[in-house]
Write a protein that binds this ligand. Structure first.
Ligand code: SOE
Length: 397
């Protein structure tokens, strides 16, 4: 980081959905929070020269390039923000860390445990030289999620017995939705499991402070062939006419049970076929003294049941998470003036900037993200093995 002008010059690779969400956060973070350093949107990188020039103008970046290696090599770039599909996370992060840059890498960290291990080791080496790194599990920074963790840490739930987590979307229920990069294993690493399952794995480990110690899983690909997209794009791709088709090489849905190392039992479901559920990350945690329940589609609310209250007052109450006492919210609006999805990214950049500027380790670290990658890998291996699966015969054969 420049020691003269107290700026963090950011170079971001990628300009699609996550690039837009990160840009919004870089634009707002220093205007909302009083921080020890100021992010400067110096350089955006993308493969298409026309599109990246348009993105620079639209998203607010000073310069643009089509060469991420140039971005990483520039001495005036302090932070490399990786918003690309998973097949390039390792290559870009390793180069950036070797160049002594601070790195923020989108989730999941990588497309394999081997890559995640290599990135974690490189982050540890670069740390000695002052570089800091973080993985972008942004939902940790939803105030209601941070409040959930606070309630658990304060013992308000007692002993944690159950974790019930699902992340439900439905954007590919239509079999005519084209074969975008998220549906191709060589690019995305896995399907719903790594894309949205990674979020509930990280979030539940973060909130409970417990690690997933073992899993038993099933996965399914409901639609096995899809039309090739007219052009590669994100969640709203188009198909031109009678396009050729290609194979879906990832899971459409993954379901697994788990034991946490603190003794809790857990169930996880990540699917893109929950018709009608658009972005429903739902977590319920049951403890000996109470429970909490969260739904991302109602992100300003948290349901809390305090089992220590008199019987006549039992049941879930709704906490409206908009008070200045709640995590992150002192910088925003008065109580009841709710925030949105994009605020979690501004909170993420707030914590990243503060950590980098003060030299502490941002969280989640690459090691935390490696822990998620190990769970993803265990789920895939369990589903392939099918070993814990007991068939049930039909009553009327
Ligand atoms: C698509 O499933 C997606 O954009 C994920 O990639 C993000 O991580 C999630 O936050 C929203 O949905």
């Amino acid at each position: 980081m420049s020691t003269t002008d107290n700026q963090l010059r950011v170079g971001m690779v990628g300009y699609a959905f996550m690039g837009a969400a990160h840009s919004q956060a870089w634009r707002t973070v220093n205007r909302v929070y009083d921080l020890p350093a100021r992010a400067r949107m110096a350089l955006i990188c993308g493969r298409d020269p026309v599109k990246v020039a348009e993105a620079a103008d639209r998203l607010g970046w000073e310069e643009h390039t089509t060469d991420w290696r140039e971005l990483v090599a520039r001495p005036d770039i302090d932070v490399v923000d990786i918003c690309t599909p998973g097949d390039s996370h390792a290559e870009i992060a390793l180069a950036a860390l070797a160049a002594g840059k601070h790195v923020l890498c989108e989730k999941p960290l990588a497309n394999s445990v081997a890559e995640a291990r290599e990135m974690t080791a490189a982050a540890a080496t670069a740390r000695a030289g002052g570089a800091r790194s973080m993985c972008g599990f942004n939902y940790r920074r939803v105030p209601a999620v941070a409040l959930m963790r606070q309630l658990v840490a304060d013992g308000r739930l007692g002993e944690i017995r159950h974790v019930r987590a699902s992340y439900l979307q439905d954007w590919i229920v239509d079999p005519q939705f084209p074969l975008v990069w998220r549906l191709r294993k060589e690019v995305s690493g896995s399907g719903a499991l790594g894309d949205i399952g990674a979020h509930i794995i990280d979030l539940t480990q973060y909130v409970t402070g417990q690690r997933i110690a073992g899993v038993s899983a099933v996965t399914e690909t409901f639609v096995k062939q899809r039309p090739l997209p007219a052009e590669s794009s994100g969640l709203a791709a188009q198909v031109d006419g009678a396009a050729a088709t290609g194979p879906v090489t990832v899971d459409d849905a993954a379901i697994f049970i788990a034991r946490l190392d603190g003794g809790a039992l857990a169930t996880y479901e990540a699917t893109r076929f929950a018709t009608g559920r658009k972005n429903a990350l739902r977590v319920e945690i049951n403890g000996s003294l109470g429970s909490v329940a969260f739904d991302l589609e109602r992100l300003n609310e948290l349901e809390f049941h305090d089992a220590t209250r008199p019987a006549a007052e039992q049941g879930f109450s709704r906490i409206l998470v908009t008070e200045s006492e709640h995590p992150y919210l002192s910088a925003w609006w008065p109580p009841g003036h709710i925030i949105g999805y994009e605020h979690s990214f501004t909170h993420q950049m707030r914590d990243f900037i503060e950590a980098v500027a003060t030299g502490v380790d941002p969280t989640p670290s690459f090691a935390d993200a490696l822990q998620v990658q190990l769970v993803l890998d265990a789920v895939v291996r369990s589903a392939e093995l099918g070993s814990s699966w007991t068939e049930v015969e039909p009553a009327l054969a």
